[in-house]
Design a protein around this ligand. Structure first.
Ligand code: ZN
Length: 241
C-alpha cells in the first residue's frame, strides 16, 4: 500500500471530488439540501441531508469512509450517491468536464494527463471492475496539479510519478508480450513456457524492477492501461535485450 497521504489533505478543502461531479450534474442538487451540517464523508460544511436519506443501508458498506459521525451528508456527496451513472467505470472529472473513460481509451487519457491536456482541479479513478457500482468518488482525491497526481484504483490510492509509471507500464507490456497473464505478473511466478520465452536472465532483471510495486495500485493501473491497448502489448525495445 502506498501514497495515500494526500487524500486527507485534499478532500478536506472546500473542494471535494463529489463537488466536481455534482457541478457537472447539478440540475437537481437542491433536492438534497434540507439541513445544514458537516458532511460525514467529505468534511465540508455544506447544506445536505440526514445520513439515512443519502445512504441506502441495504447496499452501502463503506462506513469506514465516514470521517465523522455527524449524521449529515452534503448535497454533493448525496447527489453522487443517488446517481448510478456516477458509480461505474473509469472516470476523470474537472471543473469543465466529467468523462467516463472506456478501458480501451485509458492509455490515451493517461498520455493526455501526463502531457498537461487537462486543467486541475481534477480527480481520476481507474476501476478494477468497470461494471460494478462503487462509491469511488468518496475516496478519490482532488488534485491541484498533474505533475504527480493521486489516482484511485479500486479502493486504493496511489501518487503517480510519471517516470515510474512509464517504467512499470513498459515492463508490464514486455511481460505481456512474452505471454504473461495478470496473475503471473502479480505473483512473479510465470508459466514455464513464458519463462523460456523471455529468458531467465531478462526475467530476473524485470522481476527486480517489478517487485517493489507488487501489490500496489500502481502495478494494477499499469496492468489495466496496458490491457487497454487493443489487447496487444508493445514489443520490447531491442536495446533491452
Ligand atoms: Zn460531502
Amino acid at each position: 500500500m502506498q501514497g495515500c497521504c494526500e487524500v486527507t489533505v485534499t478532500t478536506m478543502t472546500d473542494l471535494s471530488t463529489t463537488a466536481l461531479l455534482a457541478n457537472q450534474h447539478e440540475s437537481d442538487r437542491e433536492t438534497y439540501t434540507t439541513q445544514s451540517g458537516t458532511c460525514c464523508f467529505c468534511g465540508r460544511r455544506v447544506e445536505g441531508v440526514p445520513v439515512d436519506e443519502a445512504v441506502s443501508h441495504q447496499y452501502f458498506s463503506d462506513y469506514a469512509r465516514m470521517a465523522d459521525d455527524t449524521g449529515h451528508v452534503c448535497c454533493d456527496c448525496a447527489l453522487c450517491m443517488d446517481q448510478r451513472a456516477l458509480k461505474q467505470g473509469h472516470w476523470i472529472v474537472t471543473a469543465e468536464t466529467h468523462e467516463r473513460v472506456s478501458t480501451g481509451d485509458l492509455h490515451d487519457r493517461f498520455e493526455s494527463l501526463r502531457d498537461g491536456e487537462y486543467d486541475p482541479p481534477i480527480a481520476i479513478h481507474v476501476s478494477k471492475n468497470p461494471i460494478r457500482s462503487e462509491h469511488a468518488y468518496l475516496w478519490t482525491p482532488v488534485n491541484e496539479q498533474l505533475a504527480r497526481p493521486a489516482v484511485s484504483y479500486d479502493r486504493q490510492c496511489t501518487t503517480l510519478d510519471w517516470s515510474v509509471y512509464e517504467t512499470v507500464l513498459t515492463l508490464v507490456e514486455e511481460l505481456r508480450w512474452y505471454g504473461f497473464r495478470g496473475d503471473d505478473i502479480r505473483s512473479g511466478e510465470p508459466r514455464v513456457s513464458d519463462l523460456e520465452s523471455i529468458g531467465a536472465d531478462r526475467f530476473r532483471e524485470v522481476e527486480e524492477m517489478i517487485e517493489p510495486h507488487r501489490g500496489t495500485a500502481l502495478l494494477e493501473i499499469a496492468w489495466t492501461v496496458s490491457r487497454s491497448r487493443d489487447d496487444q502489448p508493445t514489443p520490447p525495445t531491442p536495446t533491452d535485450e
